[in-house]
Design a protein around this ligand. Sequence first.
Ligand SMILES: Cc1cc2nc3c(=O)[nH]c(=O)nc-3n(C[C@H](O)[C@H](O)[C@H](O)COP(=O)(O)OP(=O)(O)OC[C@H]3O[C@@H](n4cnc5c(N)ncnc54)[C@H](O)[C@@H]3O)c2cc1C
Length: 490
Amino acid sequence: MGPDDIGDREFYPRVVLGEYFAAQFWMLVKQGVAAGHSIEVKASHRILDIKLNEQDIALTFQKRSGGKEGAASFDHVVMATGHDWPEDTEISPGYFSSPWPAAAIKRIGAVAVGVLGTSLSGIDAVVSVATSHGMFLREGTGTLRFEPHAEAEAFRLTMMSRKGLLPEADFYCPIPYVPLAICTEDAIQCLILEKPDRLLDEVFELFKDELVHADPEYAAGVGLAFATIEDVAERYFRARQEADPFVWAARNLAEAKHNKANRITVAWRYAILRMHEVIAVAVPHFNADDLKRFHKHFKTVFVDDYATVPHESVERLLALHRDERLDVVALGDDYEITRQPVESGAVVKTASGEMSFAAFIDATGQHALSASDLPFPSLRKADALKEARTKTGDIDGDQSFRRTGGIDIDDDFRPRVDPGISNRLYCVSVPFLLHKLPFVQGITSAHEMGTKVASAIISSLGDDTIPSGLVHASEKASPTEIEAPSDTVA
Ligand SMILES: Cc1cc2nc3c(=O)[nH]c(=O)nc-3n(C[C@H](O)[C@H](O)[C@H](O)COP(=O)(O)OP(=O)(O)OC[C@H]3O[C@@H](n4cnc5c(N)ncnc54)[C@H](O)[C@@H]3O)c2cc1C
């Protein structure tokens, strides 16, 4: 692959992306040092605790290799701990609580493997296990084929979820985005001010109007005029749910490839994609009931629309299915998963029967976390950081609020703390933000949050002061040694 093959519409292997981001990081460090900043990167150090004091923020840390704990204090601290994956995933024999780190599930033998979750994380799990029992080969005709290893005869995979739906293939659309016609950010901002008590329903009307405007045929097909928040997802998924998942996936892939080659945009997909970013602006303003309704019924439409997968991932699923290695099962709402206490794996009971798996992977992805889940004991203490507040309604003209989850942060991602202690901690750790910012899981969001936090720190220091005490939590070993003159990290 040469530089000309690199494009903003392409997908790259994660190791390649990782190399790219690491190179960018070290370039920034060098630029910072050259500009006179003091920078120290403490790679392979685990932060054990973060304590907010009156004037500073104290960190306790330990080298990954062990040894005695160290301590340091900073003016500003950015908590950017990312997704929350356990270190030991095999929590009982043959039962893995997460597909990452992938090295653990690559040890799974050629057995019947159950994968809970049919979305991106589920595909990751399937591909990781499959590539340790065979390889994907591109035939002369262009079709991808799975070639199992000789000893992999008993290797089978079953992906399962409530609906039993696979994600769709990445679709072509104009970038940068063409502006929306009706569900615009201005319209949403007006609703936030003017209709705070029925914000979700008003936003939903804008959503419907935009979709009708963009693609009247699609809107009529799903009966959008009659849709409610509670049944819109059912309408959106209905046709897919009635089809065989692999037949649907093959047809959808062919359409996506054709559209990509011919630069054809599917109007309804593009409208929903653009709307998720605009509607996200309203979410923190929903009252408690609406926030619950949004998470339970409406959010899934947007997540399904933007969480499409590289074409090669769909091809791999189809190849595994053709080789009779992979099935997808819809569990429905009523199912039970029991870990095997003596043998390995798990048993899944549904209304239609029982399935046994010698190995089982929970690949349901990152779940939202709240203040009480923080991995830092001092921040976890009662009243250190609080859950986000959500309006519950008007009581005699006074607004009442309830703490509903996540972490209560201000517009600059600073957790709101009691007076008298430092408010210079910034939380951009994804799981703690999902409650109010449900779509922040992505590199573009990380970039936007980073820019906002950096601006907040710089403006709090004044223009002519060098920012001090910004710490980036990273465990990766550094490819370069940077000698830093002090303990300050800029
Ligand atoms: C499988 C997978 C696929 C994804 N695919 C995409 C994609 O295609 N496109 C996209 O835009 N986004 C994707 N994402 C999301 C993307 O990876 C995240 O949005 C992004 O990495 C967030 O960046 P971050 O710096 O906040 O966190 P991370 O990149 O997760 O970095 C957090 C760092 O903090 C370290 N850390 C955590 N706790 C501590 C501690 N106590 N002490 C010291 N260090 C600590 C971690 O080891 C890690 O190095 C994907 C995520 C996953 C898991």
